[in-house]
Design a protein around this ligand. Sequence first.
Ligand code: NAD
Ligand code: UDP
Length: 387
Amino acid sequence: MAGRLDLDGNPIKSMKICMIGAGGFIGSHLCEKLMSETDHEVIAVDVYNDKIRHLLEPSGHHPWSSRISFHRLNIKHDPRLEGLIKSSDLTINLAAICTPADYNTRPLDTIYSNFIDALPVVKYCSENQKRLIHFSTCEVYGKTIGSFLPKDHPLRQEPEFYVLKEDASPCIFGSIEKQRWSYACAKQLIERLIYAEGAENGLDFTIVRPFNWIGPRMDFIPGIDGPSEGVPRVLACFSNNLLRREPLQLVDGGQSQRTFVYIKDAIEAVLLMINNPARANGHIFNVGNPNNEVTVRQLGEMMTEVYSKVSGEPPLEVPTIDVSSKEFYGEGYDDSDKRIPDMTIINKQLGWNPKTSLWDLLESTLTYQHRTYAEAIKRAIAKPFAS
Ligand code: NAD
Ligand code: UDP
């Protein structure tokens, strides 16, 4: 890949990247991109590597074999972490507990994972003058200002009441007993700490706020490659329902709104950040697709239609059912009402725009889900009756 240039026309120097959480959904796509389209080296850190195993074939098998190494370690308690960060040019921290079903049922693990466990990463980067790209979340915005107005209030239609801007919007969370916000609050505090390290100690940082990135390898299908009782994020929940021919469960009527961005579009944005430090350092970036907004109910309806097309199976007569959030997630759940990212900063700094429509991204993702899981689900369903 020699000769690649950054956005200012300068040659991109190859870097050594310590990627923590490289074995997860986003990490696996980022590793693929870095191996296939750059000269950068990746030190992949995680407790699991199933999602990047295809990149870690024995030395010599892939053209990139010498540029990726896997280090199985838990960043909670492993003295090797500092050395790995010290030996790298850039650290990308993706490690987190980030499934909403955990926020209200495992709030301590959620807070430790998203704040306490990230602290040494920030400290080692700051002390050793290493660049850090830290993954936060759009959930730091919490609820929109408009959500506090009556349902039919005309101001609800005004963008200032719902568009989320990195440098202007407030962070609005629910009360402490709504433990859903444990994640958002922990992420907000680590963002503030990183920002302060930048201001007081000169840390070169970039903070990424993903807005519902979705695509292949996201989370797990309960009972197939994850626990039967586990509750993943909505893409995997609905995929699981479709694969098992069960109605999709709409929490509190599926009225919340989300914007979904295709993982491959979002990874382009991260690559621009990696390759353009002068434009990315010191910034917080929303990364989402404001054109792909739907209610969760509409998402369920579209996924039902797309899945029927890719699987060749007719949709169920009753494709969705309503379920209360208390029944689905338990006590302490609460929700973000609406998430539209403002794109001004990422546009100005990196010239990035998402490309893929919701229909197209669901078509490629559900084709993957069908190909990967349909047979395994059939076997799992048949098992109890097998002789
Ligand atoms: P993921 O759960 O698929 O990946 C996280 C990875 O971190 C997992 O592989 C996990 O094993 C690893 N990890 C967790 N704790 C660890 C530890 N102590 N030591 C070593 N490894 C550890 O999640 P993802 O969707 O890839 O998200 C990555 C990051 O992006 C997270 O910080 C998340 O909060 C943020 N984010 C993602 C989205 C999205 O749309 N996917 C939205 C908002 C925020
Ligand atoms: N949701 C749902 N049914 C499910 C799973 C999730 O209605 O089976 C809803 C959830 O209540 C939320 C939205 O889908 O309103 C998105 O949930 P997700 O877990 O993907 O994460 P979030 O966007 O809230 O961080």
